[in-house]
Design a protein around this ligand. Sequence first.
Ligand code: GLN
Length: 477
Amino acid sequence: MESARVRHQQYVRGQFRLTDVVETYLARIETQKYLNAFIQVYADEARERARELDERRAKGESLGALAGLVIAVKDNIVIKDHLTTCASHILDHFVAPYHATVVEKILQADGVIIGKTNLDEFAMGSSTENSYFGAVRNPVDPERVPGGSSGGSAVAVAAGMADLALGSDTGGSIRQPAAFCGVVGLKPTYGRVSRYGLVAYASSLDQIGPFGHTVEDVALLTRVIAGPDPRDSTTVPVEVPDYLKALNQSPLDLTIGIPREYYQEGLDPNIREAIQSVVDRLRKAGFTIRELHLPLTDYAIAAYYIVATAEASSNLARYDGVRYGYRAPQAEDLQEMYFRTRSEGFGTEVKRRIMLGTYVLSAGYYEAYYKKAQQVRRMIKDEFDAAFREVDVLITPTTPTPAFRLGEKLDDPLQMYLSDIYTVTVNLAGICALNLPIGETPEGLPIGMQLMGGMFRESDLFRLGHFIEKQLVGPVH
Ligand code: GLN
C-alpha cells in the first residue's frame, strides 16, 4: 500500500483525481463487506466532497494537509448530523448535533471522511467482537480477530478502504488492533488531542489517535488533530511540533530502554525473536540501549480494570432512556423504564463493566479497590517518570500474542483482558506510545513492536519509528 504522505503530494501535483480514488475505496468497501469494518459508509457525501476538492485544485486554490486523502472515523467520535452508535443498541439511532474537534480539524485540512468504523461496544474490548453490529474480521486471516476496540479503523487502513483512520485508545485500543492488522497506530499523550466529541468510556484514560500505513502517515494526521482545544479543558497548551520535519532528524541521540518485565512468560516466541532482532540491529547501528526494570507492570491490568470500569459506570449512567438514544417501550413506571432500557440497550460486556465499576466505587469497597488502584496508578506513573530520566524511548512488544481466533477468548473475559497487558500501563501513566509493524509469524500474522515515549514526546517515537521502518525493517506489507 502506498503511503498517505506520498499520495497527498501526488494529489497536490495533479497526478490523480480524488473522485476516482473515492470510487476505488467505495468499491473495496463493497467487495470486502465480509470484514464488517464499517458501520456506515458516506458514499454520496464522499463523492461530493471529492468533486469539490478536484474543482478547487483545478482552479489552483491552496489545499490543506490532508487533501487527496480518504479517512475513516471510529463510530464513537461524533460527526454533525450523522449517526454515532458506539456499536451499541442504546445509541443505534442517535444523531450527533455537533462535530468532534478532530472531525472539524480533518475537514479543515481537506480530508474526505468516507464512513464510520465498527468497534467493541463503547470501546470496551480487545477483539471487536463485542459489537451490536457483529464482529469485525482480520483481513490477513478472516478467521481471526482484528484486535480491538478500534478494529474497524485498523482494518479500514490495512485492507485499503481508507488512507488513514481515527481510533480511540483507553487501554490499547489503537495499538493492539494496529499490531494485529500490521499497521502503524499512535496513542498520543493524554491531553495532546482534544476529546471533545469522543463518547466517553474512561475519561482519564481515553485519547483519540491515528492509524496509517507508515510512521510518516501517522505523523501527518497527528499534526492535524493535535493541539489545545478550549472545548476540552484536559488538553494541554504545549506547542505541536512539525512532526514531519522531525522525521528528517537522525534519532541516534535517543537512548533506548528495554524494560525486562515486558519480556517474561506468556510472550509468544516469534514476537520475542522479532523484537530481539530489531534491537540487535539498533545496537549495531550505534544506538545506546539499556535494560531496566518496571516492576509495577504486574499490577497494571488490575489497576486498569478498576479505574476504567469505575469511570465507565459513571460515564454510562447518562444512557437512561430519557436523554439519549434507545428507550424501552411498554414500561409501567420510570423505574421500570430505566431498568428495561439499560437491560435491553447494553450488551454483556458493557453490563459486566458497569457492575464491576459500580461495585469498586461503592461504600465499603471504595477504599479497598478504587482508592488502591489510584495509588497504584500514581506509582506506575512515577516509575515511568524515573525510567524516562534514564532513557528516551522504551521498546516493548505491543501484544503477548499475534491475532487470535474469533470466539477464542469471548467466554473468558480475563484472558481477553490479559491481551492488553503491555498497553494499559501507557494509559495509566498518560504517556504516548506507537505500534510499529516489524514482521510476521511463520503463519503470516503481523507482529507489532511498541515504542513508548515520555509526555508530549511523540516526535521521539516518530523519529525512531521512521528510522526502524526505513532502515531496518522495510515495508512489511
Ligand atoms: N481492551 C481494553 C478495554 O477493554 C482497552 C479498550 C480501549 O482502549 N478502548 O478496556
